[in-house]
Design a protein around this ligand. Structure first.
Ligand code: GTP
Ligand code: MG
Length: 225
């Protein structure tokens, strides 16, 4: 079977781990910038941005709120399909977090699905300042075809990405570990290098430092270029 090569080397992840022992990033300011229906209407800015994607209801908006310590920043809902636009939030006036609509919500019409799909993929492919896509995956579920297909599409499109497992508070630490191992095994069938992976709970604020330190390390790498 064709093996997809991960676009960024594992060396970066090792660097991030080393860096995370040294310091933790501080979020001094987080502000909503704008919501856009198409990439051409996104902020006219070149600061680096980090986008969050995944199935509807996986916890994208909650994760943004957890990272920024602001429960009201991104709109969340127990009902899937809450986020419908490309939402930019500027952090410390230096970089952006981007909340995207979810995919795979069964109650959407074909027309709606196609419209959101175009919005998401158009943004991911055309936004030059997008430096990393966080693909969110519910830790409680077996690897889902829809996520694996999306991950593969990112790979063949050469888009750098990481995987964030959400809702870790819903399982025991041991079950979380097993689920992550199972996911790695599944990805190894198609990938010869695995992307960085993070285990998070927006409820318990688990994984916050890991994700923020990863972002910080990329920001530093970009600033040094
Ligand atoms: N227990 C638990 N619940 C969570 C966690 N993260 C999100 N949720 C819940 O999951 C539901 C969906 O969260 P959202 O953040 O709105 O999900 P989303 O991915 O942005 O959803 P869409 O915008 O509809 O695509 C809400 O009821 C959240 O409270 C978590 O870490 N733990
Ligand atoms: Mg949302």
């Amino acid at each position: 079977m064709l093996k997809v090569k991960y676009v960024k080397s594992l060396a970066r992840f090792a660097l991030v781990l080393a860096y995370s022992y040294l310091c933790s990033m501080e979020i001094k300011q987080a502000e909503f910038t704008l919501s856009a229906p198409v990439v051409s209407m996104c902020p006219k800015d070149t600061k680096p941005e980090y986008a969050f994607i995944g199935r509807s209801n996986v916890g994208k908006s909650s994760l943004i709120n957890m990272l920024t310590n602001n429960k009201k920043l991104a709109k969340t809902s127990a009902t899937p399909g809450k986020t419908l636009l490309i939402n930019h939030f500027i952090i410390n006036k230096e970089w952006y977090l981007v909340d995207l609509p979810g995919y795979g919500y069964a109650k959407r019409s074909k027309k709606e699905v196609d419209k959101l799909d175009q919005m998401i993929r158009g943004y991911i492919l055309q936004r030059e300042q997008l430096v990393n896509v966080f693909v969110l995956v519910d830790i409680r579920l077996e690897p889902q075809k829809i996520d694996l297909d999306f991950i593969e599409w990112l790979g063949v499109s050469s888009v750098p990405f990481s995987i964030v497992f959400t809702k870790a508070d819903k399982l025991t630490p041991n079950k979380c570990r097993q689920a992550m191992e199972a996911y790695k095994k599944k990805l190894s069938e198609t990938w010869d290098e695995l992307p960085p992976m993070f285990l998070t709970s927006s409820e318990k604020k688990d994984g916050r430092d890991d994700v923020l330190d990863y972002i910080e390390s990329i920001n530093r790498e970009l600033a040094a270029q």
